[in-house]
Design a protein around this ligand. Structure first.
Ligand code: GUN
Length: 278
């Protein structure tokens, strides 16, 4: 039976560590959160980000814009935030309404305030192994692996999903720790065989129980990024009950990877504040 990786408890510990760090910092870190439109899921995420800031002593500045906001208007907001000294981190909640080009917005954020780690400058730094702001979900996964003393070096890691937010940066972070990586996706042949060979499986496809439990090798480490609402409640991208019997470590859904994302956003924001004082 696998050991459960407790993201909820780990995230709480990180928030407490950051709170102490903030108290000793001598300036208050500030995070601007920009929400365009009324997507209910995004509203929940943004509210949770504000709450997490409050528990950590980070100032949060919320900017709510209508669903009809133009790209120029949003670029104007970002320009103001880029030059606001109280703001150390800028987060534009994705997805954006379709009249706005997401790439243009991400590229307008000052890379020094890009606490989401989405700007091509920071992605490039991640690629060549330079210190950077890293995308919060894969960064949170690395932190879980570290805090559970899970060895990565030389392991075969299979990542299912190739998004810019999770799959690709996850691969780069595991590679930086000397794993051998495969990024699998919807066109991958014989996915089950690839997962069966994996020492570390990261499932980030956004489809309920897409990775079958009997694909998991005995002793493998299973990281489930999925949060899928079904008639049976929230389930991950991995068939948990079967996978749990085979894995050595597994993240539950909910309470695994999910809570770590915001904790790492706070960590990046505190780091951005520290860097701004240098
Ligand atoms: N939408 C879903 N995940 C994220 C994230 O990590 N950051 C932002 N900005 N938007 C998201």
């Amino acid at each position: 039976m696998a050991k459960l990786i407790d993201g909820k408890e780990t995230a709480k510990n990180i928030r407490e560590e950051l709170k102490k760090e903030v108290e000793e910092l001598g300036l208050q870190p500030g995070l601007a959160v920009v929400l365009v439109g009324e997507d209910p899921a995004s509203q929940v995420y943004v509210r949770n980000k504000e709450k997490a800031c409050a528990t950590t002593g980070i100032a949060s500045f919320k900017h709510t814009l209508s669903a009809e906001t133009t790209e120029e208007e949003l670029l104007g907001v970002i320009k103001d935030l880029n030059s606001d000294d109280k703001v150390h981190g800028i987060l534009v909640q994705l997805p954006l309404p379709k009249q706005i080009n997401e790439h243009a917005i991400i590229e307008a954020i000052d890379p020094a305030k890009d606490v989401d780690g989405f700007h091509p400058f920071n992605v490039g730094r991640l690629t060549i192994g330079r210190p950077t702001y890293s995308s919060c979900t894969p960064f949170g996964i690395m932190e879980l692996l570290k805090r559970y003393d899970i060895d990565i070096e030389g392991k075969d890691a299979v990542i299912v999903g190739r998004s810019n937010i999770v799959g690709k940066p996850m691969a780069l972070m595991l590679l930086a720790k000397n794993a051998t990586i495969s990024i699998c996706h919807s066109r991958t042949k014989n996915l089950d065989d690839k997962v069966r060979a994996a020492d570390i499986v990261v499932a980030a496809v956004g489809r309920a129980e897409f990775v079958k439990g009997d694909w998991i090798k005995d002793g493998a480490i299973v990281i489930d990024v999925g949060i899928n609402r079904t008639d049976n409640g929230l389930v991950g991208d991995v068939e948990f009950t079967e996978a749990e019997k085979r894995a050595s470590y597994i993240t539950p859904v909910p309470g695994g990877v999910g809570p770590m994302t915001i904790a790492m956003l706070l960590k990046n924001t505190v780091e951005a504040a520290k860097q701004s004082g240098k």
